[in-house]
Write a protein that binds this ligand. Sequence first.
Ligand SMILES: CC(C)(COP(=O)(O)OP(=O)(O)OC[C@H]1O[C@@H](n2cnc3c(N)ncnc32)[C@H](O)[C@@H]1OP(=O)(O)O)[C@@H](O)C(=O)NCCC(=O)NCCS
Length: 162
Amino acid sequence: MTPVTNLVQKDVLIRKSIMEDIDRFIEIERQCFNPKFRYEYSILFSLLYMYPKFITFSACINEIVIGYISGELDEGDQSNFKIVTIAVEPEFQRKNIATKLLQTLIETSKETYRITHVELHVYSKNQPAIDFYSSHGFEIKKEIKNYYFRRAHALLMGKKIK
Ligand SMILES: CC(C)(COP(=O)(O)OP(=O)(O)OC[C@H]1O[C@@H](n2cnc3c(N)ncnc32)[C@H](O)[C@@H]1OP(=O)(O)O)[C@@H](O)C(=O)NCCC(=O)NCCS
């Protein structure tokens, strides 16, 4: 059997997330985020339970969840779709998996809603994530001071959708 780490992009399946994915989400959060930035069980549960408010996709290899993305329509501006979270297990990063998740979520939100732009907040010191979004055409719109907690600022990044 091929070792999981040798599997390539074609072996990654992107599918709608299901409640059974929650344990893997918790594990991926643990591996990807400092405790202060980690989503708790209750929030992850909401992302899965509150479909279609939240649209969530999982990336799987051999039926094991190795990444996910979630987003929702901006209730204050229904032309805007907000990415709530994205994470890929460290050993599978830089293999285009987050790109596939992002493309799937944006395509689905375009089919579901009449959106003209996509936005997200990212920790201002999370350079890999900023680079990831920049590589997909997102631009920094502004910094929001103390967004996460004291002295942990967010960048609001956005992109127009065709
Ligand atoms: C950000 C994250 C989701 C990217 O996932 P990924 O699957 O590695 O991303 P991709 O392989 O699709 O990357 C696509 C492009 O984004 C850019 N990029 C991604 N990770 C990068 C990094 N660590 N450093 C610099 N550029 C990066 C590159 O341009 C990359 O293309 P390349 O590999 O051909 O150079 C991943 O690093 C992660 O899970 N981080 C921890 C969780 C997190 O911070 N989430 C964001 C919360 S807002």
